[in-house]
Design a protein around this ligand. Structure first.
Ligand code: SF4
Ligand code: SF4
Length: 447
């Protein structure tokens, strides 16, 4: 069965000027400009948000749920991302921020940072077991997971086969609510998100009562918390996360919480692709772990965050120093997590390979050869003027019957010159019937 696609990165056609800025930054070549407007190919888009950052006309945007959505549930739980804390400067303790979320109407809160540090302990066990091919690639960032599935299908076997910190936190929070006596339908779990990739991940799991019911952007929550600064109280008892989980807000935090052997922490989707290419070529087998995040700086660089990522990093580092004591996970807590099946990844990784030209190998090879021939005719400038990001992608679009060679303005110009030369030659051709005879007289057939 074909997976239902839904995306949170969308286009406002009114604002799009067809400038083609976005097409060159898209890591999966999912955007084309046709008829003066950008179009996103749903099959290829991984909701990384790169085009939102790039568009000078703010024509791309990310959709998330309104805060009012929590009203549909009797018991609503907020799951703040570690990056949420990083939006606030000195004076905002975690206790105050969690209190602020309760004041906004949530019945309970559970920190994704706590989910991250619990998960880190489980990852360590996997790394020590040595059962999986090195390097193991973190599956915490959904845009990175989808990048691997779409563009690096051979690496899906390297992806960490566990749920993300968000998934772990959601399961724990939901089971706590069930223990309080609420029915599954009464419980609404909401992530406070820094990025559209998480919104998409959540929307694709809608209807699954184990999972998450909505994602509210940090940009919506931030001003509401700021407006109640005076009211915020530093409540105790609900805040449990420490440096280990808080650090996951920025690149490098995950590896710090693991501290097992050699690893690489890479951030920014284009650098992630360069590292993935090296893993594919077997050049990084010395590494045990690859932490990879689509946004520059990690989750603090998400397009739904409000704080400058460099300042957000200062905030993270301050919180790491402040919450320096990790509350160890007790034996009975582990037992409970095992009963809740807290680490199980519900959705398997699917190697899709969007670049495949045809299911049939022979046909794919033929198409590949046609692409090479078309490429020989194209100028190789990768200018994007045709509406496709590169000459190769235009050639592929032609083979996929989604474009024509003359969409390339250089090729079009050449064809027009050729045509005008032919017209000129034709115009200079005098019909036999009108040719001059040797004496200079015009001859007309029959006379
Ligand atoms: S960057 Fe893309 S979405 Fe934005 S105006 Fe240009 S073509 Fe349209
Ligand atoms: S969200 Fe990312 S993958 Fe999707 S169209 Fe924009 S840049 Fe491309």
């Amino acid at each position: 069965m074909k997976e239902k696609l839904c995306h949170s990165v969308l286009l406002d056609e009114e604002k799009c000027k067809g400038c083609t800025h976005c097409i060159r930054r898209c890591p999966t070549e999912a955007i084309r400009v046709k008829g003066g407007k950008a179009r996103i190919d749903e099959e290829r888009c991984i909701d990384c948000g790169e085009c939102i950052r790039t568009c000078p006309n703010h024509a791309k945007y990310a959709q998330s749920d309104p805060l009012e959505a929590i009203g549909h549930y009797r018991y609503s739980i907020a799951l703040p991302a570690p990056a949420f804390y990083a939006q606030f400067s000195t004076g905002f303790t975690l206790g105050k921020l969690l209190y602020g979320l309760l004041e906004l109407g949530f019945s309970d809160v559970y920190e994704v940072a706590r989910g991250a540090e619990i998960l880190a302990e489980e990852i360590k066990k996997i790394l020590r077991s040595g059962h999986l091919p090195p390097p193991l690639i973190s599956s915490a960032c959904p845009a990175v997971v989808r990048l691997a599935e779409e563009k690096f299908p051979s690496l899906t076997g390297n992806l960490l086969p566990l749920d993300s910190p968000l998934g772990v936190a959601a399961r724990i929070a939901r089971s706590r609510a069930l223990e309080k006596g609420f029915s599954p339908e009464e419980i609404g779990v909401f992530f406070i998100t820094p990025c559209p990739a998480k919104v998409t991940e959540i929307r694709q799991s809608v209807g699954d009562l184990e999972r998450i019911d909505g994602a509210i952007s940090m940009a919506k929550i931030y001003p509401l918390i700021i407006n109640m600064t005076e009211k915020l109280q530093d409540i105790s008892g609900i805040q449990r996360a420490s440096w280990k989980g808080i650090g996951w807000a920025r690149s490098g935090g995950e590896q710090e919480s693991l501290d097992e052997g050699e690893y690489v922490a890479v951030d920014g989707i284009h650098d992630v692709m360069s590292v993935f290419e090296k893993i594919e070529m077997g050049e990084l087998n010395n590494l045990v772990y690859c932490e990879a995040q689509a946004c520059v700086g990690g989750c603090i660089g998400g397009v739904l965050a409000v704080q400058n990522p460099f300042l957000a990093k200062v905030n993270v580092n301050r919180l790491i120093r402040k919450y320096s004591v990790f509350q160890a996970i007790e034996e009975k807590e582990w037992d409970k997590l095992a009963r809740q099946d807290a680490f199980r990844r519900k959705k398997p990784f699917i190697a899709r390979d969007i670049l495949k030209l045809d299911q049939d190998y022979k046909r794919a090879l033929e198409k590949y050869q046609i692409i090479e021939k078309i490429l020989d005719r194209l100028p190789g400038l990768d200018c994007g003027a045709c509406g496709s990001p590169t000459c190769r992608s235009l050639a592929e679009d032609v083979v996929r019957e989604k474009a024509q060679e003359i969409d390339c303005p250089f090729l079009l110009r050449e064809k027009m010159l050729e045509l005008s030369r032919e017209i000129f030659d034709l115009a200079n051709k005098i019909p036999q019937t009108m040719k001059n005879d040797e004496r200079g007289k015009k001859t007309i057939e029959g006379s």
